[in-house]
Structures are given as C-alpha cells and as structure tokens.
Design a binder for this molecule. Structure first.
Ligand code: SAM
Length: 419
C-alpha cells in the first residue's frame, strides 16, 4: 500500500501534532472553490502535505523557506527522487554496517564535516541532510552564526535513513500539483498571489521565544526577533489588502506572562484563537507540558469595534449613535471641516495604532455625511469593519462652526424655516 505523504525531515516546530486543530481553523471558502495555496515558512511541510492530500481543488501551490539546504531537498525530491533514494540507500548500508557507538559517532561527524565544508552536488547534499536529520540529536536542524549545521550526534538504535516509500509519495504529490519551490524571505511570496482568484496562506514563522532560555527559534543564522514579528505583521496586512486569506501560528506569551500582550496588540484587528498544544521543543521532558499556541486569521471577520467616548463635551455637540452601517456614511468634500486628501500612510497608522490610541467616533451631520474623521472612515473600511460609531452633530453646532458654516446655516434655515 502506498504510504501517505508527510514530512521527509523532522523539523522543529513541525505541525504534525497539530494538524487536527489546524484543520478546524481553515477557512470554509477553500472547501468550495479552487484556490492557490502559499506557505512562506514551509519547514518540514506537515501542513503542506496535509493540504495537498486533503484539497484536490488546489489550483496552484507555492512553498518557500529561507533555508537553502531544505529547499534544495524539496527540489531534489520533486525532480530526482530516484537519485536521492539511491544515495540514501548507499549511506544506510554504510551506517548500518557499523555497530560500535563511537564509530557511528565518528561516521556522523565526518558526514557533518562533508555537509558543511565540501563542495557537493545538490543531490548528495540532500542525501546527507536527511541522514543527519535521522541521526542527530533530537532531529534538529540548527546553524551556528557562520551558517554551519552544528547539531551533535543523537542516540538512536536503527534509525530509518532511507524511507523510500515516503520519498516517492512526497515526490508524487509535489509533481501532481507542480508545486513552485522558492528559497528566500517570506515577503517575496506576496507577489505569488493570484489577483483574480482565491488565495490561502498558512504562515508558520519561527515562534517568538516564551523566555530567553526556553525556546528554540534559530533555524538559520539569521535571527527572528520582535522586529521580524513586526515585519510579518506588515506582510499580513499586505496580503489582507490583496484579499488573501491567512492563518498564522505563533507562541502565546500568556503561557508565561498574562500581561504580555505582544501578539494581541500586534494583531488587534484580526481574529485570534488560543489552542492547546503539546510542544516538544524542550529537550527536558519534564518541561514539555501542554501549553497554548496562537492562531491568528483574517477570515473570521470582526465587523464592529466600539469606539471609546472620552469627551463629555460630545453631548453638547450631538448624539453618539452606536453601530451605524458603514455603507450608510458618505463623503462630500464641501461638508468636511478639513477637506484634505486621504493619505494612505495616515490610514495605515490608524489601523496599526488604533488599539493604543483608541478609536474615536466619526463626526457626521444629519445625512450621515462626514464632517470630520475621513481618515478614520478609510481605516475602518480597510479593517473590514461593517459598522462604526458616529457622533451625529446637531445643526446648531454645525452652523456655529467656523468651517463650512455657510452650508450648514442654510441647512439650518431650511430645517427650522428661519430667515
Ligand atoms: C516554525 S518553522 C516551520 C515549521 C513547519 N510548519 C513544519 O511543519 O515543519 C519556521 C521556518 O521558517 C524559516 N524561516 C526563518 N526565517 C525566515 C524568513 N525570513 N523567511 C522565510 N522563512 C524563514 C525557518 O527556516 C523554518 O523552517
């Protein structure tokens, strides 16, 4: 029987254990129509192989990772599975003929040296990568600051070095969907969006460490710090603008510090769920308890965020009306108090900072025509809100204001039939 395709390497942060929970959080739309699947941090590809088997309606798939050796392995599996199996079998024969632990370790260290220092063909390098992954400590892939693989030898009895069936099954799937395999920074995948169709991104970046010592996130020599998490937030914003759907995994700082709202603030305008996960990054078994992880998405739409009303004087100017349909609001330049153009960076800033600075009601007149707050209105639209709070100004206030008072004075006359 054909084996089911799954990761050909063990990878830190691998999502094999979480697939059932991830499945519960994928968007409903992708069950109903063709779509493009994009995974910018593919790692071992647990989600990729799951998706390719579950959704025959994937029209196009794109994977990416910054780790060149890993990406070369995907390419070799896709393009030359036979050559890879041949080489892995050869290494397997050599390794299994050694019975002494110290000699196995010497063999491992020699392979590691070759991998780091020798000029190898791509397929030979992939074969060694898989061998190292099967025999190294905890199946980690970790590089030092010079970009050299530096994981020590592990203690496994009879590790499977060549899983032929698995390699062929993975290869078949990568070819069946003609998966596009890229090596680079995650931001580059934004250009792969199919502008005319449905796109779904699964984002599984290096997790933000829960404490300075507890977590591993150095897959490659480049570090993934809070600045990178911020950059990823902007990327999410970009693909959200392109109407792509995304689901993003990360660690939950609340496991350690309930006051650390880093992600709650960063992704305040998206939907955040907390799921229970059995993480095994920690090599100390006693520290491997159940902890929460975050799932962040842009498809369970939050369509209303109530504003804060901080000025008492509002009641003198008009009435606060809650949850007004955004579609009911219009803009008429001559009625705006400041008819300045709408700057997209100002709108972005409001979207990004609104959780810190608060969300003020938009000022409108009787016809729900904006008097003040056109940037907030644009931001609310950008955030996908359907409703918004408004301060409905009375005509007396409007007629007394120095801007556009002529217009409102005439309205006031019309309304009260005064001369
Ligand atoms: C949490 S792992 C992904 C695990 C994967 N989902 C799995 O099931 O094995 C994160 C991956 O992001 C990659 N990575 C780190 N920085 C990156 C960047 N700037 N752009 C793209 N990939 C990056 C790492 O090489 C690593 O493979």
């Amino acid at each position: 029987m054909k084996s089911i395709a799954k990761p050909f390497v063990k990878w830190v942060g691998g999502k094999g254990q979480l697939l059932n929970q991830l499945e519960n959080h994928i968007p409903k739309d992708i069950y109903e129509q063709e779509f493009t699947y994009i995974e910018p941090f593919v790692g071992g590809g647990a989600m990729l192989f799951f998706m390719l088997q579950k959704f025959p309606n994937i029209k196009r798939a794109v994977i990416n990772d910054i780790n060149q050796n890993l990406i070369d392995a995907y390419i070799n599996i896709k393009e030359n599975a036979e050559g890879l199996v041949y080489r892995l079998k050869h290494i397997e024969r050599q390794y299994s003929s050694i019975t002494d632990y110290e000699k196995q370790k010497t063999f491992y260290l020699e392979m590691r040296r070759k991998f780091n220092e020798e000029k190898l063909t791509s397929i030979d390098k992939t074969a060694i990568l898989i061998f190292l992954n099967r025999t190294c400590f905890n199946g980690l892939y970790r590089e030092n600051s010079k970009g050299k693989f530096n994981v020590p030898f592990g203690k496994y009895t009879n590790p499977t070095i060549c899983n032929e069936e698995l390699i062929y099954a993975d290869s078949e799937l990568l070819n069946q969907f003609d998966v596009e395999i890229l090596c680079g920074d995650f931001v580059e995948t934004a250009s792969k969006v199919d502008e005319k169709g449905l796109n779904f991104f699964y984002l599984d970046p290096p997790y933000r460490p829960l404490s300075s010592t507890s977590s591993f996130n150095s897959y490659v020599k480049e570090v993934f710090d809070d600045g990178e998490q911020n950059r990823l937030r902007y990327f999410c914003h970009e693909i959200n603008q392109k109407k792509s759907l995304f689901l993003l995994s990360n660690s939950d700082p609340h496991n350690i510090n309930p006051n650390d709202n880093f992600f709650d603030e960063l992704y305040a305008n998206y939907h955040i769920s907390r799921i229970s996960a059995n993480r095994s990054v920690n090599s100390n078994a006693s520290k491997r308890g159940k902890i929460n992880e975050l799932l962040i998405d842009n498809f369970y739409h939050v369509n209303y965020i109530p504003s804060i009303v901080i000025y008492d004087s509002y009641s003198l100017l008009g009435n606060i009306e809650r949850k007004v349909d955004l579609g009911k609001i219009t803009i008429d330049k001559k009625r705006l108090s400041y008819a300045n153009p709408i700057y997209s960076d100002t709108v972005d800033n409001i979207v990004y900072n609104f959780h810190i600075e608060g969300w003020l009601p938009i000022w409108v007149d009787d016809d729900y025509c904006i008097r003040d707050g056109q940037h907030r209105y644009a931001a609310a639209k950008q955030m996908g809100l359907k409703y918004i709070d408004v301060l409905k100004l009375n005509y007396e206030t409007l007629a007394n204001e120095k801007y556009n008072s002529k217009y409102y004075k005439s309205k006031l006359k019309e309304k009260y039939l005064i001369s």
